[in-house]
Unconditional design. Structure first.
Length: 264
């Protein structure tokens, strides 16, 4: 729900112009007011553009607002370089990641867009070395028991580590939210995970989506007990992060297929 403080409103019309679904309009005194509250899609554009702080909502998060005025923005080439050089890292050093760096990554992940501004993505972080060893063992136990599974064979015969030696594992979870045939909670978690991985790369860390851990988690009760998620919550994605192994240097970007596009 959007609220307008009439005493603070200066009649600039910025909020009404920014609203994509015309929740807000101007009254005869040129003050903004909420005309169509049920139309709100929680995009929060009105909060961002109001110069006098007259707009508020009941879905504002606790992350402090930060003015973008004067912020140093990366060049187009720098953004391109960040995207082109990010890759799934599968070999890590033993160096621990400082707690404050993990917290910064989670703050940046939380800046990802969510359907209807639900801001429903939550995180479970495994960073304690003993807990990481326990998690690795539980995941390996699952795949080692899969006699005809290729990952099981690799795990048994090559000593494959499911966490790839990374010191931190992060689970992205939310309550399942469906709109039509779409699971919005799944989308929200995946977008947040990509935010975190790009941020980690920019901070000198490496990361990797871990679908194997997700598969084991969904099929092994001991792993579900390990994470002990709240009722109705579902983990939709795991990523592992750490400092890349300094002995491995990637000299080229990843080769990808060119985009296949239908133009209308």
């Amino acid at each position: 729900m959007i609220y307008i403080n009439q005493d603070k409103c200066i009649g600039c019309q910025s909020c009404a112009k920014a609203c994509p679904v015309r929740v807000l309009e101007m009254d005869s005194d040129q003050k903004a007011f909420v005309k169509r509250p049920t139309f709100c899609i929680r995009c929060a554009h009105c909060l961002s553009v109001c110069p006098s702080g007259a707009v508020s909502s009941d879905f504002e998060d606790s992350v402090p607002d930060k003015s973008i005025k004067g912020l140093d923005m990366p060049s187009t080439q720098q953004v391109e370089n960040l995207i082109l050089t990010r890759r799934g890292i599968r070999s890590y050093s033993k160096q621990a990641i400082p707690r404050e760096m993990i917290e910064k990554l989670l703050l940046l992940a939380a800046q990802a867009p969510t359907a209807r501004n639900a801001q429903d993505v939550k995180y479970i972080v495994v960073s304690d070395p003993d807990k990481t060893k326990e998690l690795e063992k539980l995941a390996q136990d699952y795949f080692r028991a899969q006699k005809n599974d290729n990952i099981g064979v690799i795990t048994r015969e090559a000593g494959f580590e499911l966490l790839l030696g990374a010191p931190v594992t992060i689970g992205f979870y939310a309550e399942k939210r469906e709109q039509g045939n779409a699971n919005e909670a799944l989308w929200n978690c995946l977008i947040a995970a990509q935010n975190l991985l790009l941020a980690a790369h920019g901070m000198g860390l490496g990361g990797c989506y871990n679908g194997l851990l997700l598969h084991a988690y969904r099929n092994k009760q001991e792993l579900k007990s390990f994470f002990d998620m709240p009722k109705k919550a579902e983990i939709y994605m795991f990523v592992v992060i750490g400092y890349p192994d300094p002995d491995i240097y990637y000299s080229e970007t990843i080769a990808r297929k060119l985009p296949q596009v239908i133009w209308k």
